[in-house]
Design a protein around this ligand. Structure first.
Ligand code: SF4
Length: 217
């Protein structure tokens, strides 16, 4: 490892640890993971008692490839993005995700003061983050950290995640073509619901894994 890489990792570790500390103060169970593999192992261990596991359509989770392991463990996976599903089938899975045993998701941003900020189009990804599933595990790569307030976090999402996601999903939004947000009024607009989890939702067991690696968008 080069010295530069070592210093970058060290610098990010301090920020990750700060976020973990703040999330803990805000009532979340939060854990620092040096690597994505540590997050993978944590999820597998926590999934042991779950029968149904919902996945919230996250690039961070896709990168972890945790679904394959959970399937091998005999878990019933609720994945609405499975190719070939009808709209009705997709919606049915989304509804079941709301009451699954374990819901896995990424997040669009985590502030160093310990809040989770997300922007969603349907609400099926953000809804189960705060009520419904017995347990929620949020995976956040170091690229999701924001040293600022909710406004700064929203700015990050609209500058980076939303345009890239719109392009990934082949949506007809201006940002999918230009890479810049123009606060569009497109029927395909993905930015419809903004959620801020300032504290752990009272009745939901939410765990946040802060990983010192780049994960997702
Ligand atoms: S508001 Fe529209 S243009 Fe801006 S990021 Fe969202 S979908 Fe893209």
């Amino acid at each position: 490892m080069t010295q530069t890489r070592e210093l970058v990792d060290w610098s990010y570790e301090q920020k990750c640890q700060k976020a973990v500390e703040s999330l803990g103060k805000n009532g979340f169970t939060s854990l620092y993971c040096k690597t994505a593999h540590e997050a993978f192992e944590y999820i597998v261990k926590e999934a042991d008692v779950a029968e149904t596991v919902g996945l919230g359509g996250s690039m961070s989770l896709a990168g972890l490839k945790v679904a394959d392991r959970l399937r091998e463990m005999g878990k019933e996976l609720l994945i609405h993005g499975t190719p070939g599903l009808t709209l009705e089938e997709r919606q049915g899975i989304m509804r079941r995700q709301l009451t699954c045993d374990l819901f896995l998701t990424g997040t669009n941003a985590v502030t160093l003061s310990g809040a989770l900020i997300n922007i969603d189009a349907n609400g099926n990804r953000v809804g189960p983050m705060f009520f419904g599933p017995k347990k929620v595990i949020v995976v956040a790569g170091r690229n999701k950290l924001v040293d600022g307030d909710t406004g700064a976090a929203v700015k990050r999402v609209k500058e980076w995640a939303a345009p890239a996601n719109a392009r990934r999903l082949k949506l007809n939004t201006p940002c999918a073509k230009t890479g810049f947000c123009s606060d569009c009024n497109s029927p395909d607009r993905v930015c419809r619901i903004t959620t801020v989890l300032e504290r752990k939702p009272r009745m939901t067991d939410v765990r946040v894994l802060v990983v010192n690696e780049v994960m997702g968008l």
